[in-house]
Design a protein around this ligand. Sequence first.
Ligand code: RP5
Length: 166
Amino acid sequence: MNAQHPAVGLVMGSSSDWDTMKAAALILAEFAIPFEARVVSAHRMPDAMFNYAESAAARGLQAIIAGAGGAAHLPGMLACKTTVPVLGVPVASRHLQGVDSLHSIVQMPKGIPVATFAIGTAGAANAALFAVAMLARHDPTLHTALEDYRARQTAAATAMSAELSL
Ligand code: RP5
């Protein structure tokens, strides 16, 4: 992978989504995946959103992780304009705690898929891990790193039994 050219686009509807989407950025950084992070608001900058989607493939993006809250149209509208896989992250909203975001992202019409993850930081981290898994299919070094990540997770969970004391 070329460190100068992002392989993953990490976009969000507002800088207020960054606290959540940072969980994806941390995973991508951990795996040394070149990525870019941008605010691309579906409602406040629709022309920029379409331009981002339309240029994604030519710029070499292999996945777009898109997070938004409330009327979370960003992932779906990006997916309408590109065949680069879009991974949608519902950001927890103030009034409906992200159930609105989840429904907005997951209920895509047949023909335009958005891979939809859990609400909040777990979803953001898992979207990044999913992107890592996609890239690892053609990158043996990355595949080994992902296997190691899983092994460390298993070891940490296995060690948890020792914490169960009265
Ligand atoms: C959405 O509206 C954004 O994705 C964000 O989750 C939500 C609130 O945005 P701000 O009002 O904080 O900018 O478009």
